[in-house]
Design a protein around this ligand. Structure first.
Ligand code: CO
Ligand code: CO
Length: 368
């Protein structure tokens, strides 16, 4: 049953390949490989690729030690193993020859390491290479009902963790300790992998959107940006809340309100059929109108699914049309150097004439 799902995705992929006149797609360990073949693995230094042609059966090239593992998790039956004392470019050459791809149009997974790209270049120098994300990203961006169900569960796990963490914060809490606690809480809920280290940015550290938690202890009056997420059944969560320790000054309160409203306006701007950049504009215009345009130093959001960052990206240059089933973050922020930072982030799913938030944690000003 599950194998059928992956096979169907490959059929969809073939249609896009035909439209773009591509002869094959090659995927590398990671989200793309999992999405099309069912086999999930971290990138590794041995050649492990799936060659997915448009008009013949796909072939997996794997190091011998992975042969059984790949066989057990994919619908692809043609698995060619190479031994550790062999040169993998030989088998790559055989496969590309047998599929008549040596001079073909090959779309490569751009997450593939350069050393493997160089191997392709030396084996098939006449092939025309392009970016496989042009084929796969559009398919991955629109989630099925089942995928959305898993995304909901993933988001609710992140919600539970952030609520616990907010309760654990107080004067004297150290950023690093709160970050470790986040990881611990995720593990307690059965999470194994975390696509990014949690961000815990207190007081002036909040001015760095991707601050690395350090030794700073929270003080009364601090804002604390908490940004965390994990992968559940392969699907990522990502949530940010900004809280205040014991008191919230008037400037902090005003900035918080601007971000909260910007996030709400961006959320309300989401409708299927509009360009992704409309969502960015909704948040950015509001923040700029309040005089903080220069302090909003990143895009409004990013798609999320098997990867923490994927299509569609929510920024001014993106004219991609939003479709029902797309899931992405809405996360405007304001960062005041030597002052503090505020960011609020939820994952949303496009559903026809509106969007729905997968995160349910309150966005009201929280002073603890
Ligand atoms: Co995010
Ligand atoms: Co985040």
């Amino acid at each position: 049953m599950k194998m059928e799902l992956f096979r169907r995705r490959y059929a969809n992929c073939r249609e896009v390949m035909a439209q773009r006149e591509l002869d094959c797609v090659v995927v590398f360990p990671g989200a793309n490989m999992y999405y099309l073949t069912g086999f999930m693995e971290e990138p590794l230094e041995r050649l492990l690729v799936a060659v997915l042609p448009r008009s013949s059966e796909p072939i997996f090239i794997v190091p011998e030690l992975y042969e059984k593992q790949v066989g057990a998790s994919t619908w692809i039956t043609d698995i060619r193993a190479w031994k550790d004392d062999e040169d993998p470019s030989k088998i790559l050459n055989e496969v590309l020859q047998s599929l008549s791809l040596v001079g073909g149009r090959i779309a490569l997974d751009t997450k593939m390491w350069a050393k493997f790209f160089l191997m392709f270049l030396s084996v098939a120098p006449k092939a025309v290479y392009s970016d496989a994300s042009e084929v796969i990203d559009g398919l991955r961006a629109v989630k099925s009902r089942k995928e959305i169900k898993v995304m909901e569960e993933s988001a609710s796990i992140a919600d539970r963790v952030i609520k616990k963490i907010i309760d654990a914060c107080g004067v004297g809490s150290r950023e690093k300790e709160i970050a470790s606690l986040i990881e611990l809480e995720f593990r307690k809920l059965g999470i194994e992998s975390m696509p990014f280290r949690p961000i815990v940015a207190s007081g002036p550290n909040g001015a760095f959107p991707h601050h690395k938690p350090g030794d700073r202890r929270f003080k009364r009056g601090d804002s604390v940006v908490l940004d965390l997420g994990a992968a559940y059944k392969g699907y990522c969560s990502d949530i940010t809340r900004t809280i205040f320790i014991e008191r919230c000054g008037s400037k902090e309160k005003a900035v918080y309100e601007v971000v909260r409203q910007a996030q709400q306006l961006a959320f309300e701007s989401i409708v299927e059929g509009v360009e992704a950049r409309r969502v960015d504009r909704a948040a950015r215009t509001h923040i700029a109108d309040r005089g903080y345009g220069e302090k909003f130093v990143h895009r409004t959001g990013h798609g999320i699914g098997l990867d923490i960052h994927e299509a569609p990206y929510i920024w001014e240059g993106n004219t991609q049309i939003l479709k029902t089933g797309m899931t992405f973050s809405v996360e405007p922020g304001i960062y005041l150097p030597d002052g503090f930072g505020v960011r609020i982030e939820d994952i949303v799913v496009v559903e026809g004439k509106k969007a729905r938030r997968l995160n349910k944690v309150s966005r009201e000003l929280t002073v603890i």
